[in-house]
Design a binder for this molecule. Structure first.
Ligand SMILES: *[C@@H]1O[C@H](CO)[C@@H](O)[C@H](O)[C@H]1NC(C)=O
Ligand SMILES: *[C@@H]1O[C@H](CO)[C@@H](O)[C@H](O)[C@H]1NC(C)=O
Length: 345
């Protein structure tokens, strides 16, 4: 017996009586014992779902509403579209992805919101993921109107007050410190810094992160390009994650605070190795070759190679043709239904 359509769960006022009246009028046949059982079974199941599943939903919603900044369309686990089955498991861990970008990159943010929004809406992620766009202080009048518009619509922007947009000016340090402060009440397990020219495949990233220890962890793609040793230098700035304890350490220790200016990602590696023996980030994971630069006809180094099916991330997507080639390889538009409204050859 197919499950009752969910519309029947919330009948409009009085429709129950109407249904009963209809049944009397049309004289439904008398039910045998086994068909009564068939009718009762879904009802029992519904009761079960109400008792055991919804309390969890309420818990998650309470959890959501206490988050700051306000949650936009980019929150994975607790969101559920009407008609989808209720989430059946608690997320394994919580990940914040901070996409460091510039206020003026409106078009790129539009693309990234689609790319991450589609993955989050697919409903198959095992962790809670928040994607946020991170800028330094706004410095133009048009930004002071257009960015608030995005915040109103999407609620997924973090504006750092303590930095200026210039290369190697300490934005990474400011981001991690701000994350430690803003999310203190509801910490993430990992905070990832990502560029705005990287495509992250969330299901694969989460699968890979899930196997990491939850503390003292430093995850990414090792630099130099020809090295697979995560302890040799540092993780490429394309995207790397720190466990929450390290995020707090970055926010509070003198070591990073005294060394915020310089090539951002190398600095992160240097903070962690500062104390060498007994240093930080003892749990390291190199995600290469699953994280790589966009394939070039003639690769300049070993960070770039052909697309591979188990990809976690593709970097250096500087323009729309590169994004399109990448999204096509990963079948991003495969679910598009034919329609009279468009024709795409
Ligand atoms: C950081 O700088 C302060 C002030 O210059 C100094 O007192 C402190 O020892 C430095 N700490 C580290 C870990 O370098
Ligand atoms: C994309 O879809 C094709 C056809 O179904 C399949 O052969 C291929 O493995 C898919 N690619 C990836 C990366 O999943």
């Amino acid at each position: 017996m197919p499950p009752a359509p969910s519309g029947l769960l919330k009948p409009a006022n009085g429709s129950k009586h109407e249904a009963a009246a209809m049944a009397r009028k049309h004289g439904f046949p008398k039910l045998s014992a086994s068909s009564k059982a068939l009718v009762l079974l879904p009802l029992l199941l519904l009761g079960f779902i109400y008792l055991f599943v919804y309390p969890k939903e309420f818990e998650l919603q309470a959890l959501m509403s206490s988050c700051s900044p306000p949650l936009g369309a980019y929150t994975a686990a607790p969101r559920r579209l009407a008609g989808e089955p209720p989430a059946s498991r608690k997320p394994d861990f919580r990940l914040l992805i901070g996409v460091l970008t510039r206020a003026d990159n409106y078009e790129r943010r539009h693309l990234l919101r689609m790319v991450y929004g589609l993955q989050l809406a697919a409903g198959d992620l095992t962790a809670h993921v928040d994607v946020r766009f991170v800028f330094c202080r706004l410095y133009k009048d048009d930004q002071r109107v257009l960015v608030p518009l995005e915040i109103l619509r999407h609620g997924d922007v973090i504006i750092l007050d303590e930095c200026e947009e210039n290369l190697n000016g300490g934005k990474t340090y400011t981001f991690f410190s701000a994350a430690a402060r803003l999310d203190r009440d509801e910490p993430y397990d990992y905070v990832m810094k990502a560029d705005d020219d990287i495509f992250l495949r969330l299901p694969r990233l989460l699968e890979s992160l899930a196997a990491m220890p939850r503390d003292d962890a430093y995850y990414g793609a090792t630099i130099p390009c020809d090295s697979m040793d995560p302890f040799r230098e540092y993780m490429s700035g394309m995207a790397y994650a720190l466990s929450w304890d390290l995020v707090e350490w970055v926010a509070t220790s003198d070591v990073p605070r005294n060394r915020t200016v310089g090539p951002e990602d190398r600095m992160t590696g240097q903070w962690l190795r500062w104390l060498r023996l007994g240093g930080k980030g003892k749990n390291r994971f190199n995600a290469k070759p699953a994280m790589y630069d966009y394939p070039l006809p003639a690769p300049v180094d070993k960070c770039s190679h052909e697309f591979v099916p188990d990809t976690i991330a593709v970097h250096r997507l500087k323009d729309n043709p590169r994004w399109a080639a990448t999204l096509e390889y990963f079948n991003f538009t495969a679910g598009l239904e034919p329609s009279k409204f468009y024709k795409i050859d």
